[in-house]
Design a protein. Sequence first.
Length: 589
Amino acid sequence: IRVLLIEDDPGDADLVKIVLGEVATQKFQVVLADRLKTALESLAKETPDLVLCDLSLPDSHGIETFLRVHAQAPTVPIVLMTGFDDETFALEAVRSGAQDYLVKGSVDGKLLARVIRYAIERKRAEEELSRLASFPELNPNPILEVELGGRLTYHNPAARTQFPDLDALGAKHPLLADVPAVVDQLQKSHRMSFQRELKVGARVYEQQFYYVQGDRVVRTYVQDVTERKQVEQMKDDFVGTVSHELRTPLSITREGISQVLDGLLGPVTERQTKILEVSRNQMDRLARIINSLLDISKLESGRVALQRTRLDLAALIRQVVASFEARAAEQGLALKVAVPEGPVEVYGDSDKLIQVFTNLVGNAMKFTPQGSITLSASPAAAGRWVECAVSDTGVGIAPENLSKVFNRFQQFGREAAGKELGTGLGLAITKGLVELHHGTIRLESRVGQGTAFLFTLPAYSIETVLAVHLKDAVRKAVEDNTKLTLLLVRAGEGAGAPAQPPVLEAINGALRSRAGREGDVVVPAPEGAAVILLECGLDGASKVAARVEQAVVEYAAGHPPAVPISIRRATCPEDAKTADDLLAKARTP
């Protein structure tokens, strides 16, 4: 398979070549281009089977990188390689025609080879669908053509069969209701296609829009993916159900063994005690495996809900260290804490962050036969992040294994870990929890000298609370292809001040009782309060904003002095597609 690798980082490029070279079932020929200009020149001379493309290059960045490559080679499948910060761009690129994307640092050879093969096959399938689309009357999937205003001008027999109410509902049909907004988004982003997922009744569909400029129409192709989604859900449900079902009998059996060991059911011999203790230890290990399976299943399906609060990370680290002191003493290890005097405040979920540090310390203890393990946290220079680390003086990790560390079920150093070897899920879960907090995690390691896991967490501030909730909401809107609107409520003249809890509760009450809305996010903002309206476009937001303003005015009237109230708003995706841009738009007079 001929692969054009567009990557300016020599280390990342060498890593891709190494992992592809380790694949025994497939041979790859890799051509490297370290600039977009070089890549476009290469594509003009020779057509590869696939393009592996980094979104951040010296002469191009973000979605523009993909669009230029795609325009030069529209028939070649493109797989993006991205850092965590580029993931929003990667999702947008996939909607624009990229086959897939991979996050750097979490890819091994087998996964990369599989993604490449699947991307090539998907591209061939898309081309076949495109060929079938040229014969719309015979195509088994619905094909529609719509004027820019939303009026239906054509639909093939498959559309009439699967959606018999198309003619009656016209532009009000779920397939066509958002056509003007889709066209506006395509024109603003200079894209020619857009893909979304939607439900019509009990069925789930993928819908692809193509804007035909010359004819000033939109063609849309619809595919029923209900069964595929059901299979994916069945897989997630199976893992979760099996794990839950194992917990109850395991707990009962363990409790029975504990009662025997404690002598509650009669005396036991020394030999029986040893055997029962081994059984109980293995049950504890099985319980940890079950919990890990549940955690990874929830992370992958997006079912982990963080209970974020303002918390002191220094105190949390000391709590984790205290829980490991006895075990560390048995192994002859020193546990060290390196934090500044006073609190180190972050905005996060206490239980999940304890799990992060516990996983990393537990992992370090397996691979540190002697020496020390250090837990550290300190505010970054910019003030928006807290930099954390768990470092050890252990055996280290071989260079060829560094890229696999965060992979699921990946295990290293069996000799060093001995019987302490775990499930291979702990570090994958740790990475998922850090990223769920909008942080990043990486590692540094040298064989024989030790390993350091370095990660960031959001430092607590009013601005951070707003930014974190807005990022969560924007990501969900992008994934679900829905809209959201941000309302910034400013009370008083000038810069304003963060709203106090009674004001926030007044806004919450107005949303529930006067606007009939549940689940929206209301948080303090530096200028007053922020309201994140989920699944709400600009038209709906105008009505909600009026009710919010009325609630704030009524509250202010009862708590003098009364101050002027103003509300600014911005909608995703019309005004902006990222949390930072949306916030900047709402703050622009």
